[in-house]
Design a protein around this ligand. Sequence first.
Ligand SMILES: *Cc1c(COP(=O)(O)O)cnc(C)c1O
Length: 351
Amino acid sequence: MSFLNSSLANLSPYVPGEQPQGKKFLKLNTNESPFPPAPSVQQAVAAKVENLQLYSDATQTKLREVFAKQAGIDKEEVMFGNGSDELLAWAFMGFMENGVIFPAISYGFYEVYAKFYHLEYEMVPLAADFSLSLAPYSGSDKVVVIANPNAPTGLSLSASKLLELVAKKPERLVIIDEAYVDFGGESLLPYIHQYDNLLVLGTFSKSRQLAGGRVGYAVGNKGLIAALNRVRFSFNPYNVNSLSLEAATAALADQTYFETCRKAIIKNRESLQEELRRLGFETTDSKANFVFVTHPKYSGKDLYQALREKNILVRWFDKPEITNYLRITIGKQEQMTQLVAALTEILEEWT
Ligand SMILES: *Cc1c(COP(=O)(O)O)cnc(C)c1O
């Protein structure tokens, strides 16, 4: 007998990429940074441990101030979540009485949250080349959620196209999930003062070396952020723990380290794309910290399994539209060399 509510018993939860806790695998499956947090981040966290008997700062003031100053916004225009997943969940919980519309191939959590909160939702297929036309969203009264760059395709839309959508219906909220924006996308963050119906979400997990710290941000006009804070204070005011608040503040302070890591990822992505094409793979024009690739001769599942046997984890999605694709996280140069060597071997064995 189960005590779980029937509405939840029938829900398929989000399936995260594997997180083997040993060192055995080369992990290229969950879009983390291959680089550790900056030394100053590690020091800031260590120094905060002695105050761990106290609750974290529910107002998140210090982190909000540092973030706001860098972003050129007011500190009332930003708040932080325990990962951007939490902020997404609250946005789905708080803003979507009229339903939600998002691409059918995108971040898997959108559908999970839509079901979790019993929302009316619409999933719009991507074109065959995975491009995302905004036409189907333009006239909809539902809240629009778009990841830009999109996951797992890596494709991005220009700020001007997205702003057209935002401007089209000022009474409709548009949420742009910018988890990967630092790797080559165009951020809409600078436009929150122009559009009251624009909410921008981002994370410290991908480009700030803090996936395990669980810190995400929401940026929008004061009214929107106050509304999200109402949800936060009705749920868990101490949502970001004090070590993570320190870590994120220190990560923002070290822009040089951030830039170094960001540029290394972009460079490694471009050279990996080239190597993979040389091996016969087709790739999308990814602007994220991963590539999305397919081989015309071999199935995605077989490639995934063959790499796994060589202790390399990549992400394969059991979805018909993308079943022959692999999403491969960009790592350090030597990790990319190891990946290319493994794929070269596999393809040689199979021919
Ligand atoms: C990784 C990711 C998130 C969640 O990031 P967290 O801050 O780690 O919760 C949200 N959206 C997209 C598109 C992502 O890829």
